[in-house]
Design a protein around this ligand. Structure first.
Ligand code: URA
Length: 432
C-alpha cells in the first residue's frame, strides 16, 4: 500500500477502504509518512468529504491508536457527555451529579481550554485542593462509590488524533465535518462509555456557525457512535451568546453552585436538565418526560447539590469556598462595562466574550500559558434585555489591572443594540 495512491484516490472523491485508512493512521503515527503527504490527504478529505463507513473507520483507527479505557471495573451503565465547546458552558458539573443521583454512572475524562472556549479541567482546578489527575484504580473506586468522577484526559488517549489535529490546525483543514466528527468521537470511543450524549453548539461562539452545519455534524457523530456499537444522542443547542451569566473559571464554578441550589440562570438550568435527562434515558431506558421530572426533583430536593459536594470532596476539594461564593468569585481588580446607549440587546457575540475573558487571564493563547482563576466576566444583561444608557452590562475581573481596558473595549464591541431581539431557541433539535 502506498500513501501516494491513497491521496490520489481521495483526490478523485473515491471511498477509502478500512485497510487504507488503518494503514495511513498507523504509518503516520509511526513517522513512516511525512506531514506533507497527510496534509494533502486532509485537504482532499476537506474537498470531497467521507462516507459514513469511511468516517467511522477513521474514527476507530484513531481511537485504537492509543489506550482504549476499560470501564468494566465500574458497576452499572456508564454514560458520557460531550460538548463541542462554547463560552460559559459549565453544564458538566450540573448534569453529572443529577445523573449520578438517578443511578447513572459517569466516568468522564475532560480537556483544558484553548482560544475562546473554556475547559472543564481548568474550571475544576479553580476549586482549591481538587485533584484532576487520578490513577485508574482511584478513578474507578470514586465512580463506584459516589456515582461520578470527572478527571483530566490521560496522555495516551487517541494520539493519532492529537498529531492529525495539530496538522489540521496549520493546514486550514479543521473545519471539515468528517474530520471534526472523527476527532471528537475517537476520544469519546477511547474513553470507554457505552452511551454518549453530545451537545453540539451552534452560533457565534461555536465551531458551527449555522444550524445546517451543526445538524450535519451531529448526524455524523450519532452515526459513527451507532456504527461503533454505542448508544448516542445529540442535542443541537444555542451558543450565539454565552450560556448563563458567568464566564471565567471561579465565576463559572460559583454559578454551578447557585444552579445546583436552584438559583441558577434559566438557560443554564434548562439545558442542564435536558442533557441530564437524555443521559438518564440512555442509561436507564427511562421515558424522557419522567427523566425530566426526576432530574428537576434532584435540584429541588438538594440531592444534586449534596452529590456535587460528595464528588468534589472525593477528589480532595476544600469545600470552605462554598461558605462565601462572592468572595470566591471576586478578583483583585474589576471594571464595569456600561451601556453607551439605550435599547434592547440584540446580540452578545459569544466568541468575543470568550476572547475578552481570555485577555483578562481566564484562558490560554498557547497550551503552555497559565490561568488566572479569578479572571472573567459577569454578564448583568443578556440578549433581549432592555437597557438604559449608563446601565451596567457586565463586570470584568482580573488579577492584572493592565488588561482591563483593552478587554473592556473588545467586550463592548461584542454587543449590538436595536428595537427588539429575535428570540433563538435554547435547544434547536434532538438527533437520535
Ligand atoms: N474538538 C475536537 O476534539 N476536534 C475537532 O476537530 C474539533 C473540536
Amino acid at each position: 500500500m502506498r500513501i501516494y495512491d491513497i491521496i490520489e484516490k481521495k483526490k478523485h472523491g473515491k471511498v477509502l477502504s478500512k485497510e487504507e485508512i488503518e494503514f495511513t493512521i498507523r504509518a503516520y503515527l509511526q513517522g513512516e509518512i511525512p506531514d506533507y503527504q497527510v496534509s494533502a490527504l486532509l485537504m482532499a478529505i476537506w474537498f470531497n468529504g467521507m462516507q459514513p463507513q469511511e468516517t467511522t473507520d477513521l474514527t476507530l483507527s484513531m481511537a485504537h491508536s492509543g489506550d482504549m479505557v476499560d470501564l468494566s471495573a465500574i458497576e452499572g451503565m456508564v454514560v458520557d457527555k460531550h460538548s463541542t465547546g462554547g463560552v460559559g458552558d459549565k453544564t458538566t458539573f450540573i448534569v453529572t451529579p443529577i445523573a449520578a443521583c438517578l443511578g447513572v454512572k459517569i466516568a468522564k475524562m475532560s480537556g483544558r481550554g484553548l482560544g475562546h472556549t473554556g475547559g472543564t479541567v481548568d474550571k475544576m482546578e479553580a476549586i482549591p485542593g481538587l485533584r484532576t489527575q487520578l490513577e485508574p484504580a482511584e478513578f474507578f473506586e470514586i465512580v463506584n462509590r459516589v456515582g461520578a468522577c470527572v478527571i483530566g484526559q490521560t496522555g495516551n488517549l487517541a494520539p493519532a488524533d492529537k498529531k492529525i489535529y495539530a496538522l489540521r490546525d496549520v493546514t486550514a483543514t479543521v473545519d471539515s465535518i468528517p474530520l471534526i466528527a472523527s476527532s471528537i468521537m475517537s476520544k469519546k470511543l477511547a474513553s470507554g462509555a457505552g452511551a454518549i450524549v453530545l451537545d453540539v453548539k451552534v452560533g457565534s461562539g461555536a465551531f458551527m456557525k449555522d444550524i445546517e452545519r451543526a445538524e450535519e455534524l451531529a448526524r455524523t457523530m450519532v452515526e459513527i457512535g451507532k456504527l461503533a456499537g454505542r448508544k448516542v444522542v445529540a442535542l443541537i443547542t444555542d451558543m450565539d451568546q454565552p450560556l448563563g451569566q458567568s464566564v471565567g473559571n471561579r465565576n463559572e464554578m460559583a454559578e454551578v453552585i447557585q444552579t445546583l441550589r436552584g438559583q441558577g440562570p434559566k438557560d443554564l438550568t434548562d439545558l442542564s436538565i435536558e442533557l441530564a435527562s437524555q443521559m438518564i434515558v440512555l442509561g436507564r431506558e427511562m421515558d424522557l418526560k419522567q427523566a425530566r421530572k426526576e432530574a428537576l426533583a434532584t435540584i429541588e430536593s438538594g440531592e444534586a447539590y449534596a452529590k456535587f459536594i460528595e464528588m468534589i470532596q472525593a477528589q480532595g476539594a476544600d469545600i470552605s469556598y462554598l461558605e462565601d461564593l462572592d468572595a470566591f468569585a471576586s478578583a483583585d481588580h474589576q471594571s464595569e462595562l456600561l451601556a453607551g446607549e439605550k435599547g434592547i440587546i440584540t446580540q452578545i457575540d459569544a466568541q468575543e466574550v470568550g476572547l475578552s475573558a481570555a485577555m483578562l487571564g481566564a484562558g490560554r493563547k498557547e497550551v503552555t500559558d497559565t490561568i488566572d482563576y479569578t479572571a472573567g466576566i459577569k454578564l448583568h444583561k443578556k440578549v433581549g434585555d432592555q437597557v438604559l444608557e449608563g446601565e451596567v452590562l457586565a463586570v470584568l475581573q482580573s488579577a492584572d489591572a493592565d488588561t482591563l481596558q483593552a478587554a473592556k473595549e473588545r467586550l463592548r464591541a461584542a454587543y449590538q443594540f436595536g428595537d427588539g431581539a429575535q428570540p433563538r431557541p435554547l435547544i434547536f433539535k434532538t438527533i437520535n
